[in-house]
Design a protein around this ligand. Structure first.
Ligand SMILES: [Zn+2]
Length: 272
C-alpha cells in the first residue's frame, strides 16, 4: 500500500503565479489568468497606489500603478497581499517602521478590498530575522521573500518563503518543463515577477504559452499563495496511526491510496 499526500482535487502538482507592485499591466495578466482559469496572487503597495506613483523603466517606459478603485475591481477572484505602503528597502528600516509599512498596508488593503489580507511579499531583497518577526506580529500567514528556490517543493519556512523562479530567469522554460513532469509528492511550481517586465521585453507570448500549458495539465491545480499556506498547514494535521488516517484540520484533505484518490473531510478518518 502506498499513501501519498495530494493537493486539492487529488492533484499531484500545484501552481502559483505571484506578481508584485499592482501596475496597470496587471489588467492584461488578470485577463489572461481569467481566460485560462488560473488564480494569481497580487502584492500591492496601498500608498503608492493612492499617490499615483510612477517611475521610468530603463527601457524608457513609464511604470504606473493602478488606482485604488481600478484595483478593487480588477483582482476579484485572485489573492491580494501586502507589499508594504511605499516599497522601502528593509535594510534601512527600524522595527517600528517595518511594523508601520506592513501593518498599515494590511489595514488599508483590507478597507479597500473588504476582505482580510493575510499574505505578505517582501519589497526588494533584504529579509532578516527582525523583518520575519514583524510579519508574524502583524498577523500575516506567510511572508514571501525575493530569493528563488529553483525547486518544486513547498517552503521550509512560511515566513521566509522562497519563490520558485523569477519570470525573467533564463531557466524559466526548463523550470516549467520540469514542473509539468515532476512526480514528487505535493510538487509545487511558482513563478514570480512584474507584469510591466513583459511590456519592457516586448514578450507576453512566452509567459502566456507557459500558463496555457500549465492550465491544460490535468494533474495540476492552480492556487493562490494563501491557499497554499492554508492547505499545507492543514496537511500537517493529517494523522496516520495504527493504519487509520485522520483529518484533524478544518479543510478537506486529499490523498492517493495506491492509485485511488481519496478525500477526507474535516474530522473524518478512514481505516486503510
Ligand atoms: Zn515590488
Amino acid at each position: 500500500m502506498t499513501l501519498t499526500k495530494c493537493w486539492p482535487g487529488g492533484k499531484t502538482r500545484a501552481f502559483n503565479l505571484t506578481y508584485d507592485d499592482g501596475v496597470v499591466q496587471d489588467i492584461g495578466m488578470v485577463e489572461l489568468l481569467n481566460e485560462l482559469g488560473l488564480k494569481g496572487t497580487f502584492n500591492l503597495n496601498s500608498q503608492l497606489m493612492a499617490e499615483d506613483f510612477r517611475w521610468q523603466h530603463p527601457c524608457g517606459m513609464w511604470v504606473c500603478r493602478l488606482g485604488p478603485e481600478q484595483a478593487a475591481a480588477l483582482y476579484e477572484g485572485h489573492e491580494v497581499a501586502c507589499h508594504t505602503l511605499t516599497h522601502p528597502d528593509f535594510s534601512a528600516l527600524s522595527r517600528e517602521a517595518m511594523l508601520w509599512e506592513m501593518g498599515e498596508d494590511k489595514r488599508r488593503l483590507e478597507a479597500l478590498f473588504g476582505r482580510e489580507i493575510r499574505g505578505f511579499a517582501l519589497p526588494f531583497h533584504h529579509w532578516s530575522n527582525l523583518a520575519r518577526s514583524c510579519a508574524i506580529e502583524c498577523g500575516f500567514s506567510y511572508a514571501r521573500i525575493s530569493e528563488e528556490s529553483g525547486a518544486y517543493r513547498p517552503p521550509e519556512d512560511y515566513y521566509s518563503w522562497k519563490a520558485g523562479i523569477f519570470h525573467l530567469n533564463e531557466g524559466l522554460d526548463d523550470y516549467v518543463e520540469g514542473f509539468l513532469q515532476c512526480e514528487n509528492e505535493m510538487a509545487l511550481g511558482q513563478i514570480v515577477g512584474h507584469s510591466y517586465d513583459l511590456d519592457a521585453i516586448g514578450d507576453w507570448e512566452t509567459m502566456a504559452g507557459h500558463l496555457r500549458r500549465i492550465s491544460e495539465d490535468s494533474d495540476t491545480v492552480s492556487m493562490t499563495n494563501l491557499e497554499l499556506a492554508d492547505y499545507l498547514r492543514a496537511m500537517e494535521q493529517a494523522v496516520l496511526s495504527d493504519g487509520r488516517l485522520e483529518n484533524r484540520s478544518s479543510l478537506p484533505l486529499w490523498f492517493r491510496l495506491n492509485t485511488e484518490r481519496i478525500c477526507l473531510l474535516p474530522g473524518e478518518s478512514r481505516q486503510l
